[in-house]
Ligand binder design. Sequence first.
Ligand code: HEC
Length: 241
Amino acid sequence: MKGPLSTTAILLAGMYVFLKFILPLFTAPLPASLIYLYLVLTLSATMIFFTMSGSSLDSFMGPIGRFLAGTDVGGTAKTARLLVLIVFPLLVGWQTYTRLAPSDLPPAENRTIHPAPPGEFVGLSNPYPTNEQNIQEGKGIYAANCSPCHGPNFDGKGTAAPGFNPPPANFADPGTIAQLQESYLFWRIKKGGVGLPIEGMPWKSAMPRWEHELSDEKIWKVIIGEYDGAGQSPRTWEEEE
Ligand code: HEC
């Protein structure tokens, strides 16, 4: 088979092999998006070249038109046409589906889950003792405000949780509040997702800012209730050192 179509195919394939396999021998490998861009440019250039005159346009588009219209005689051409007409819409449908279907994979960007708190929160300690009354009071505040997201069992599985990415923190997991000091929680609860610094991707967190709804006293007490309910205890540097 000779003609503009096969020339285009050979050019594209050659370009791909060159960009993907030969060029990396000399420089850093190209990102896939750049290779794709070069291929589109190559395709555009060949199409411009082959559609410059009427006759070359006909020899470029003619075979495509005859193939799709089914005027090419022969059984194999017919079967091939049928295959293309079935497979192509399926491919487009599949591509669209995979692009749009929600995925539970974590987003590609790196999010610092525990960025450093602002200076004014460092080293604060809970002025309220961990006693039965404060635990109960804290758990009450928690049940009223936090459990829809963080879950009645403190495991991040509240009824509203599935809608959020990043998901509400699972306090029962050793990777969250067990690693943190109470002052850190005080900051996160008071300032919420919008209070996160840039590396914490503030715009992605649904964690509300509680400073207007809850007094400092209530925040300290909800922290007590949270640790007790999750079966964790706060990190204290002094004891470790
Ligand atoms: C609208 C849902 C929602 C509600 C309500 C909510 N949170 Fe959160 N919370 C989140 C999400 C989402 C995260 C994880 C993202 C982040 O760290 O900001 C989070 C994170 C946290 C963290 C940080 C944990 C860590 O490991 O860094 C603490 C502490 C916390 N929440 C406490 C609370 C408390 C206490 C309340 C109730 C007063 C509460 N949250 C109410 C959604 C919520």
